[in-house]
Design a binder for this molecule. Structure first.
Ligand code: GAR
Length: 203
């Protein structure tokens, strides 16, 4: 049997890129059905760009600061770049920038995100502190398809972690990240293998 054509991924990051690294590492396995064709960042100094370069992946960055034309024009440029690489799936991995509705529509059903809470609880930023403040005993992470409304959209997978006595936002974030690194590559595998169904709207 011939090797299946790998799913082409564009991974968008803003920071350190530990989720990107987990995907890079997963892609090294000969039976992993995906490959990264682009690492993109809106932050010129994102650590994730170094991880991409080290892995020999095409990396690109465009600063959003002062971009002429605003969010729509910026996202059009990002879309053009992704299209140029032939990516099949856009993977937001700590991409801490709101994407425009037209970007979401352009990649509908081919755009996923990971968020460090059990959605629909704790949307937005500073979610670890929010979980601690709420006194929940369990939290976790969610991989979901992206829709125009922030941190919403059909959930594909979640992982649960306990909140332990003495936790602060940092220790909790680390415990959740470990699970993020496990489920994000897993979900990408499922999508590549056609095991994730989409609804009538294509998401
Ligand atoms: C991750 O915890 C990810 O879930 C979160 O940013 C972190 C990025 O870490 N994303 C969001 O909060 C999106 N709303 P990384 O750069 O080490 O992968």
């Amino acid at each position: 049997m011939g090797k299946v054509t790998p799913l082409k991924l564009a991974v968008l990051v803003s920071g350190g890129g530990s989720n990107l690294q987990a995907i890079i590492d997963a892609c090294k396995a000969s039976d992993y059905p995906a490959e990264i064709v682009l690492v993109f960042s809106n932050q010129l100094d994102a650590g994730g760009l170094d991880r991409g370069r080290t892995a020999g992946i095409r990396t690109e960055a465009i600063s959003h600061k002062g971009y002429a034309g605003g969010r729509e024009a910026y996202d059009t440029a990002v879309s053009a770049l992704i299209e140029e690489t032939g990516a099949d799936l856009v993977v937001l991995a700590g991409y801490l920038r709101l994407v425009s509705t037209s970007f979401v529509q352009r990649w509908q059903g081919r755009l996923i995100n990971i968020h460090p809470s059990l959605l629909p609880s704790f949307k937005g930023l500073h979610v670890h502190q929010a979980a601690l403040d709420a006194g929940v005993k369990f939290t976790g992470c969610t991989v979901h398809y992206v829709v125009p409304e922030v941190d919403s959209g059909p959930i594909i997978a979640q992982a649960v972690v306990p909140v332990l006595p003495g936790d602060d936002a940092g220790t909790l974030a680390q415990r959740i990240l470990k699970q993020e690194h496990r489920i994000y590559p897993q979900v990408i595998r499922w999508i590549a293998e056609g095991r994730v169904s989409t609804n009538d709207a294509g998401i």
